[in-house]
Design a binder for this molecule. Structure first.
Ligand code: PEP
Length: 252
C-alpha cells in the first residue's frame, strides 16, 4: 500500500499571522480525518517555525517550498536545507515549475538542492511536468522522463525510498484547467515505469501526487486512479475547508 498524501503549497501567500490561522484550522480539521491520509503544509520560510509549533502532534507535517543549493556561506537571501530541517520541517518541494520558469532552475541546480535536502534529512517532493506546447507537440512523456532521469537517477536506492514525486502539468497550474483523470493516470504510470527502470520494484512504493487546479470537485476522480497517490495543491490549499475536503476525497 502506498502512502496517500495531500500537500498544500501556499506559495507567496499569507502573512505569518494568517498562516498561523490557516495551520490551526488545518490541524483542527485533520483530527476528523482518518490517519490513513497524510497532510503536509508548505508555507513560506517566514512562517515555518510557527507552523511547526502549531502542527506538532496533530498529524499534519510541514514542508518548505525550496532550499539553497549550498550548505552555508555568502549566499545573500538564500535559506539552507540545514536551517529548514533544524526547525522540525520534514519535507521540501523541489523543481516546482514556477522555480524552473521564473528562477531558471535547471537539472543541475536541482541535483545540488536534492543533495542538500537529503544530507539534512528532508524528504523532497520533486515536481515534474510539461508545458502546453510540449503536450501539443506530443513531447510530454519525453520531457517528464528527462526531468526524472537528469535528477532522480542520481539518487542512491536509500534516498530513492524517501522520495515523493509530483506531476504538475504546467498548463494546469493556477489556470483552472485540470488534467483529466485519464491524462493524469497515463502520465503517473509513465513516471512509475521510468522510476522502475532505474530503481526496480521500489518504484511501486513511490507516492506520485497530481498537481494543477486540483480541488474538492475533481480530487475524488483523480485519486481513484491506480497511480495517483494524492495531490500537491496550490490555490485550494489556502482555505482550510477546501484543503481538508480534498484529503477526504480519498475516503469516498
Ligand atoms: C501548484 O502550483 O503546485 C499547484 C498545483 O497550483 P494550483 O493548485 O493552484 O493549480
Amino acid at each position: 500500500m502506498r502512502r496517500k498524501i495531500v500537500a498544500g503549497n501556499w506559495k507567496m501567500n499569507t502573512t505569518p499571522a494568517e498562516g498561523a490561522e490557516l495551520a490551526k484550522a488545518v490541524a483542527a480539521g485533520k483530527k476528523e480525518i482518518c490517519d490513513c491520509v497524510n497532510f503536509i503544509v508548505c508555507p513560506p520560510y517566514t512562517h515555518l517555525s510557527e507552523v511547526v509549533r502549531i502542527t506538532r502532534g496533530t498529524g499534519v507535517a510541514v514542508g518548505a517550498q525550496d532550499c539553497a543549493t549550498e550548505e552555508k556561506g555568502a549566499f545573500t537571501g538564500e535559506v539552507s536545507a540545514r536551517m529548514i530541517a533544524s526547525l522540525g520541517v520534514e519535507y521540501v518541494i523541489l523543481g516546482h515549475s514556477e522555480r524552473r520558469q521564473y528562477y531558471g532552475e535547471t537539472s543541475e541546480t536541482l541535483n545540488r538542492k536534492m543533495r542538500q535536502a537529503y544530507a539534512n534529512g528532508l524528504t523532497p517532493i520533486y515536481c515534474v511536468g510539461e508545458k502546453l506546447e510540449e503536450r501539443e507537440d506530443g513531447r510530454h512523456f519525453d520531457v517528464v522522463k528527462a526531468q526524472l532521469e537528469e535528477v532522480i537517477y542520481h539518487l542512491t536506492p536509500e534516498q530513492f525510498e524517501r522520495l515523493i514525486v509530483a506531476y504538475e502539468p504546467v498548463w494546469a497550474i493556477g489556470t483552472g484547467k485540470t488534467a483529466t483523470a485519464d491524462q493524469a493516470q497515463e502520465m503517473h504510470a509513465h513516471i512509475r515505469r521510468t522510476l522502475a527502470a532505474k530503481f526496480g520494484a521500489a518504484a511501486e512504493q513511490t507516492p506520485i501526487l497530481y498537481g494543477g487546479s486540483c480541488k474538492p470537485s475533481n480530487a475524488g476522480e483523480l485519486f481513484a486512479k491506480e497511480d495517483v497517490d494524492g495531490g500537491l495543491i496550490g490555490g485550494a490549499a489556502l482555505e482550510a475547508d477546501s484543503f481538508l475536503q480534498i484529503g477526504k476525497a480519498f475516503l469516498k
